[in-house]
Write a new protein. Sequence first.
Length: 108
Amino acid sequence: MAIILHSDEALLAAGFIFTIHFFNTHLRPEKFPLDNVIFTGRITEEELIYERPLEYRRLVESGKLDSLRADPPTKTTIIWSSIVGFAAYGLGLVMILFIIYSALRDIH
């Protein structure tokens, strides 16, 4: 009984964590459908000011902001990061479907 309950609990916990992460990463209007920052390692100054105002202020006050400036990602980098990102996006959707299927299968 403990093994069954623990495995179901772990499945629900993973599903919950994944769903919250999925929403915060992909379904927020300002990031929809994909945030390439994870793949390119670059964020615009406007995004930094909006998303991390304290970090931006610390960088400005310490004088380190200019040393962190970088060229925008190349078109090739953006294309490849989009391909990898959408592949992971699709894999995540399939995983959610499998979690739902598994949960519903156990009910019947």
